[in-house]
Design a protein around this ligand. Structure first.
Ligand SMILES: [Zn+2]
Length: 323
């Protein structure tokens, strides 16, 4: 899907070319008139201060999801909403973002993209983005896994071993329990078996450094995991309180940012418990809109920092104005 990737990259970089020195280089290398010949190798990062932390969005690439994966109470309204957003094809380009969180004391990676998992061209770029930031795998002290799906955990392995030799792996106890349950795995459909083996291989690689937490746990100063089950049973969002600024990273509470912001009741084929996912999404969107907290997400348009506003029965995403 090189064309979609390059479109997303150019759109993202076009608006933020002046934001950081790193992106000035990117802007200069992305002339409007010429297609970049190798979009997969462009650096893809956006940094912002977050109180005592600095948060950097890392773009892993874009995956293509079939439109038919999304379903809900009114299929015609889903089609109309997507058409209104200019998304008329059978597949939907879905950006994959990870986040680096740095303070004086901690270097934290929130999810790690697809890594070596083959999910089409142009993905698996988190590790090169980290190295371009000067962050070596050894420097990561904490890995937060929002949930154990391939686009979040793939980059945590390198040739089936831990890619980050000094990092603790933090995830919710519920997530760990679900994917390690042999009874659940035995009853799961054939196409889900790979998800279980993938999750287990990451837990195994980090078994000596695994930190399993419950709802609301503080995993580093000001960094909290809040359980939002449904997409997976231990799916968590990350609340970062940097003192004078806060951000809520909503992970896969929105798998398709445009559609599920406008229509929060739309479910996705990847949801373990779609009805519970809708409940969690509605509660999260309500909280984010009421508090007007800055948000980002694993599949929001890169870099994805913005706010949710109430709009009819749904919500509207508005990009952060600091850009
Ligand atoms: Zn995801």
């Amino acid at each position: 899907m090189p064309n979609l990737s390059s479109k997303l990259s150019r759109r993202a970089f076009g608006g933020i070319a002046l934001a950081t020195p790193a992106l000035l280089t990117v802007g200069a290398a992305s002339p409007v008139a010429a297609e970049p010949s190798q979009p997969a190798y462009l650096p893809a990062m956006f940094e912002a201060p977050m109180g005592s932390y600095r948060i950097t969005a890392l773009y892993d690439g874009a995956i293509s999801l079939e439109k038919s994966l999304f379903f809900g109470p009114d299929q015609a309204e889903i089609d109309a909403t997507l058409s209104g957003l200019g998304q008329t094809g059978a597949s939907l380009a879905t950006p994959v973002n990870a986040f680096l969180l740095q303070s004086d004391k901690h270097t934290i990676l929130i999810d790690a993209g697809l890594g070596e998992i083959d999910f089409g061209p142009g993905v698996g770029r988190v590790s090169s983005a980290l190295s371009q930031l000067g962050v070596t795998p050894e420097m990561i002290d904490t890995l937060i896994l929002t949930h154990a799906h391939p686009d979040h955990l793939g980059g945590m392995l390198k040739q089936n071993a831990a890619a980050f030799p000094n990092a603790q792996l933090v995830t919710s106890a519920d997530e760990h329990t679900f994917w390690n349950d042999d009874g659940i795995m035995a009853q799961a459909p054939e196409q889900m078996q790979g998800l279980f083996t993938g999750a287990r291989s990451v837990f195994e690689a980090y078994k000596d450094r695994l930190v399993l937490v419950n709802d609301g746990a503080e995993v580093a100063p000001g960094v909290r995991l809040d359980l939002t089950p449904g997409h997976t049973m231990g799916h968590s969002v990350v609340h970062i309180d940097g003192g004078d600024q806060q951000i809520l990273m909503v992970a896969d509470s929105l798998l398709n940012a445009d559609l599920q912001t406008a229509m929060p009741d739309v479910m996705a084929g990847f949801d373990t418990d779609p009805n519970l996912a809708v409940q969690s999404r509605r509660a999260l969107l309500d909280r984010a809109a009421t508090d007007q907290i800055l948000i980002s997400g694993s599949h929001l348009h890169f870099p994805g920092f913005g706010r949710f506003l109430e709009a009819g029965d749904g919500y509207r995403y508005v990009a952060a104005s600091w850009l």
